[in-house]
Design a protein around this ligand. Structure first.
Ligand SMILES: *Cc1c(COP(=O)(O)O)cnc(C)c1O
Length: 357
């Protein structure tokens, strides 16, 4: 039963790939051609006098992928690692969307990189806004489909709004979209809603993006994940740069994965700080609304976002002014910081609030 289903979907994936890539013969790196056992490597024009970082990294990051996959209860063949999940977004666009012809669907307000990557790839971005509760308008999204809409981006928890996208909407979009559904879970560790990884068992046209940049606290390493069916991941690997994850990143990520408690502890601390900041912010008369958050930031509405943003920058505090983003008039987005950073922010807000009144 499942085998038949997979077979049908396999050909579906193939049918979404850009036609000019179907015959691509991927670059074969020096290390990937050799499968035997050896201890003298003179195949890659490296400087063999040096001993640190002188060798090219594993092009497919085998050790690291095995570790990540086993922690997630998935197969390493279902995992692509990128230079941040931003690399995965770019590669998905190049894999599925023909420049000047195809389109993606996004649901603003959402993460800005989908639109930027689409524009760079000369791919149309069809925008179907989220509703007043920041939930998808499923019927409108599905009605916007054409034979050229190859990717649908769902961000849950969503950036910059912070809310989860409800499971029933995610499922309806997966069921109804005739293309690849990309679910961006950059903030999933801060959410009580379960990850969508389990959908990989049922659907071959689903891709899940995750990252080491947020809860794992490794934004500087640049390491992002795309989970998908093994056949889809194989296609991404075909078009990626041969050595896209450097040795230092692979080694450091492996070390951090050996301390899984670090993640749970940090998440716990950040969630406590989030609850506290939310309450304190809501008590300021200049704060009209603090939006519910399932992420490590809060979106809040004030009487004059530009003025407050400017005031805070003058005090050396930088937050994100989202007031010109669709659906976010007079809204600012603040990352949950340490308690001393939080104190600095609140101190400045108090002075500002007395000046405004
Ligand atoms: C921060 C963020 C990312 C992460 O990007 P990286 O390239 O992995 O650092 C992806 N998606 C969303 C929605 C984000 O907010």
């Amino acid at each position: 039963m499942i085998a038949t289903f997979n077979l049908v979907m396999n050909s579906t994936i193939q049918s979404f790939i850009c036609p000019h890539l179907l015959a691509l013969k991927a670059y074969s790196s020096a290390r990937s051609e050799f499968k035997g056992k050896a201890d003298v490597f003179l195949d890659a024009n490296e400087n063999t006098i040096q001993t640190q970082y002188n060798r090219y990294p594993d092009p497919l990051q085998g050790v690291l992928k095995n570790k990540i996959a086993s922690l997630a209860g998935r197969q390493a063949s279902e995992l692509f690692l990128g230079n941040g999940s931003d690399e995965a977004i770019d590669l998905l666009l190049r894999l599925f969307c023909v420049s000047g012809q195809d389109a993606i669907i996004t649901m603003p307000p959402t993460y800005g990189m989908y639109a930027v990557s689409a524009q760079i790839a000369n791919v149309q971005n069809i925008q179907i806004p989220l509703d007043e509760n920041f939930q998808p308008q499923v019927d409108k999204v599905l009605a916007a489909q054409t034979t050229n809409t190859k990717l649908l981006f769902i961000c849950s928890p969503n950036n910059p709004t912070g809310n989860n996208i409800q499971v029933e909407y995610i499922e309806a979009l997966i069921e109804g979209f005739d293309g690849i559904v990309v679910i961006d879970e950059a903030y999933i560790h801060f959410s009580e809603q379960a990850s969508c990884l389990q959908y990989l068992d049922r659907y071959e046209h689903v891709v899940i993006l995750q990252t080491f940049s947020k809860a794992w606290g490794l934004a500087g390493l640049r390491l992002g994940m795309a989970w998908g069916s093994a056949s889809l991941i194989e296609w991404i690997n075909k078009i990626k740069a041969p050595y896209n994850i450097n040795t230092c990143t692979q080694e450091t990520a492996l070390q951090v994965l050996e301390q899984p408690k670090r993640l749970t502890k940090d998440v716990q601390t950040i969630l406590q700080e989030r609850t506290q900041l939310k309450t304190t912010l809501a008590n300021f008369p200049i704060v009209q609304k603090v939006h519910p958050s399932a992420a490590n930031f809060l979106l809040f509405e004030v009487t004059n976002a530009d003025e407050l943003y400017q005031y805070l920058t003058e005090k050396g505090i930088v937050i994100r002014n989202r007031s010109r983003v669709y659906g976010c008039a007079n809204c600012l987005r603040v990352t949950i910081g340490t308690s001393s950073e939080q104190a600095r922010l609140l101190e400045a807000l108090e002075v500002y609030a007395t000046q405004v009144v």
